[in-house]
Write a protein that binds this ligand. Structure first.
Ligand code: 8OZ
Length: 366
């Protein structure tokens, strides 16, 4: 019987086990440049079958939080080279998560202090993080402006360039962040997309930007190095769709021919309940629709997994299980899962911003 600890190849990437470190925003990249401390942090966690980096901006416009990293300037690529080298030296595999926040941003973080961009000029009732005197402060996101249709090819091009930059930086691949209420999810869902052009209205239209991005990234670096993250019903960042099941059925059917490495699905509310009474969703049907359309990518599941739930998921046919918060406080999470614990508890006060404390100082088993 297959277990979490068995190797698996996802697309072009050979993993030593089926445990992924989920993307985790940590706000420790001043001026969006990855640091040697980040290299240490990721290398400490390199026994994960796959490390997925924290969300990484594809452009300055795609930035929405203080001190999150980017992948659009030479010094950022150089910083990431230090991270990928350290992880590979430690025997790990690492992909980076390509991110455009869309409306989840603040004028202070935007080029020229302009308004954040979105499918429609609808504000997200959510917070972002700025730094005041080095300390994180949570502030309301700014009123966005609707993107002109003529701007969309430039955003697709930013994703393509960032994917190429990721390969130049030594990553094994990329994950397209289409989840958690950020730009691509904002286009997908009715609550944030009220466009009347070819990118709004029907499911096909709302999925158009995502599919253009997938085609561009796959065209640049290959499907076998490309994963995608979806969150059909999460309320994160004030996102909602009126009818998510047919929307995401369409999305996975369109993804099927791209030969992706993996499809990464957040079940329920990101970092919260796995079941939402007011937002039911059938994940087995989603996977079945993907397979029925010929999709062969590894199926990666995420949200609130522990060892028992992860074993059950693998027994039920999941290919990879992503763990988030447990990886913050347990750099040797794979070993701890293997022996059944114990597990260190993460300190929430050091999740966002700061230095080595609560970042690279969690103990490993003796
Ligand atoms: C927590 C804080 C800031 C950003 C996501 C990139 O939810 C994030 C994020 C999470 O995908």
């Amino acid at each position: 019987m297959t277990t979490l600890f068995d190797p698996i190849t996802v697309g072009d990437i050979a993993l030593s086990n089926r445990i992924a470190m989920a993307p985790l925003t940590r706000n420790r990249a001043p001026n969006a440049v990855p640091t040697p401390l980040m290299a240490t942090y990721y290398a400490q966690r390199a026994t994960a079958g796959l490390l997925i980096t924290e969300a990484t901006a594809i452009s300055h416009q795609g930035q929405g939080y203080a001190d999150v990293p980017g992948l659009y300037a030479p010094e950022q690529i150089a910083g990431w080279k230090g991270v990928t080298a350290a992880v590979h030296q430690a025997g790990g595999r690492i992909v980076t998560q390509l991110w455009h926040v869309g409306r989840v941003s603040h004028t202070e973080l935007q080029p020229g202090q302009g308004a954040p961009v979105a499918p429609s000029a609808i504000r997200a009732h959510t917070k972002t993080v700025l730094l005041k005197d080095g300390a994180p402060v949570f502030v309301d996101t700014s009123e966005p402006r609707a993107l002109d249709i003529a701007e969309l090819p430039g955003i697709v091009e930013d994703y393509r360039r960032a994917a190429l930059a990721a390969i130049e930086a030594g990553f094994d691949g990329v994950e397209i962040h289409a989840a958690n209420g950020y730009l691509l999810d904002q286009f997908l869902k009715t609550g944030s997309n009220q466009r009347t052009d070819a990118y709004g209205g029907s499911i096909e239209n709302r999925a158009r930007l995502l599919m253009e991005v997938v085609a561009a990234v796959v065209g640049a670096i290959g499907g076998g190095r490309t994963g995608i993250r979806l969150s059909p019903v999460t309320p994160a960042n004030d996102i909602i769709d009126a009818d998510p099941q047919p929307l995401f059925t369409h999305v996975v059917q369109q993804l099927a021919p791209h030969g992706l490495a993996y499809v990464h699905v957040i079940e329920g509310a990101t970092g919260g309940p796995r079941e939402l009474a007011d937002r039911p969703f059938d994940y087995a049907a989603l996977k079945a629709a993907y397979r029925a359309a010929g999709g062969k990518a590894a199926w990666m599941v995420n949200n609130g997994y522990d060892l028992a739930l992860a074993n059950q998921a693998v027994a039920d046919g999941a290919d990879v299980v992503a763990f988030g918060r447990p990886f913050i406080s347990n750099p040797d999470l794979v070993q701890r899962l293997r022996v059944g614990g114990p597990f260190n508890e993460p300190d929430r006060n050091t999740f966002y911003g700061g230095g080595a404390q609560g970042y690279t100082d969690y103990p490993v088993l003796g």
